[in-house]
Design a protein around this ligand. Structure first.
Ligand code: 6AU
Length: 263
């Protein structure tokens, strides 16, 4: 069942710094919208992030798709973070053994752990992936999401796999703050709490022709008990006015949350 608690009331359920900050930010900025900004140039990225910034709690990046990524991009991203008060989620989807992901997280060109408040990982390799990422991220106050389900057609992350992801999260509550999933995965009776973020959210279309499947903010937040809607092309897609669409999704997500509290 969906949580009846306000975002702000859930802060105390978490020891993790990023989770606490995110829930406080959502409560104070009144938005449960995360923008998935999958564009491939710095200029486009920074322009869209600046326009959508006032309406989002979390900016989701895929830095490895930028053709002109450099350190200046990170500096400008941090400036926008401060200007608009949002947090940053690098959607890296780590999927290797602990020792490898530790380096992928902290080293290389991107040095993700230096600037991303939150990142995510597939539970596929087993607990070592979380332990490896935790060695780097916990001392920096970072948080991790496990991909317990996926929004794409034919996803194999279902049933026992999803349940195993929940068990893995339970074993690492200091660092794993929640899930990528389409719905709330544990009941409210549990003393524990996890933040659920759902991608595959759109108000105008139901698919993208490449396997993505869209549901509405109302369906995701009110009916499925998720906490954050992740919206990409619904906001910045062709012919879209970014500020108008970001407000539209922000309003739809927040309305669904208020309805959930009132129900
Ligand atoms: O709204 P879209 O379809 O333009 O973008 C959805 C975003 C993309 C995907 O990489 C991501 O959400 N995503 C994820 C994440 C967030 O991990 C998991 C998933 O199952 N489906 C999905 O679309 O940036």
């Amino acid at each position: 069942m969906a949580s009846k608690k306000k975002y702000g009331e859930r802060v105390e359920n978490f020891s993790n710094k990023a989770a606490r900050e995110l829930l406080s930010l959502i409560e104070h900025k009144k938005t449960n919208l995360s923008l998935a900004l999958d564009v491939t140039t710095k200029r486009e990225f920074l322009e869209i992030a600046d326009k959508a910034g006032p309406y989002i709690c979390l900016l989701k990046t895929h830095v490895d798709i930028l053709v002109d990524f450099d350190q200046d991009f990170i500096e400008q991203l941090k400036e926008l973070r401060t200007k608009h008060e949002f947090m940053i989620f690098e959607d890296r989807k780590f999927a290797d053994i602990g020792n490898t992901v530790k380096h992928q997280y902290s080293k290389g060109i991107y040095k993700i752990s230096e600037w991303a408040d939150i990142t995510n990982a597939h539970p596929l390799p087993g607990d070592g992936i979380v332990s490896g990422l935790k060695e780097v991220g916990l001392v920096l106050g970072r948080g991790l999401l496990l991909l317990a389900e996926m929004s794409s057609k034919g996803s194999l992350a279902t049933g026992a796999y999803t349940e195993a992801a929940v068990e893995m999260a339970r074993r690492h509550k200091d660092f794993v703050v929640g899930f990528i999933a389409g719905r709330k995965l544990i009941s409210d009776d549990d003393k524990e709490d996890f933040i659920v973020m759902s991608p595959g959210v759109g108000l105008d279309v139901s698919t993208d022709g490449l396997g993505q499947q869209y549901r509405t903010p109302r369906n995701v937040i009110l009916e499925s008990g998720s906490d954050i809607i992740i919206v990409g092309r619904g906001i910045y897609g062709s012919d879209k006015d970014v500020a108008v669409e970001a407000q539209r999704y922000r309003d739809a997500g927040w309305k669904a949350y208020l309805e959930r509290l009132a129900n």
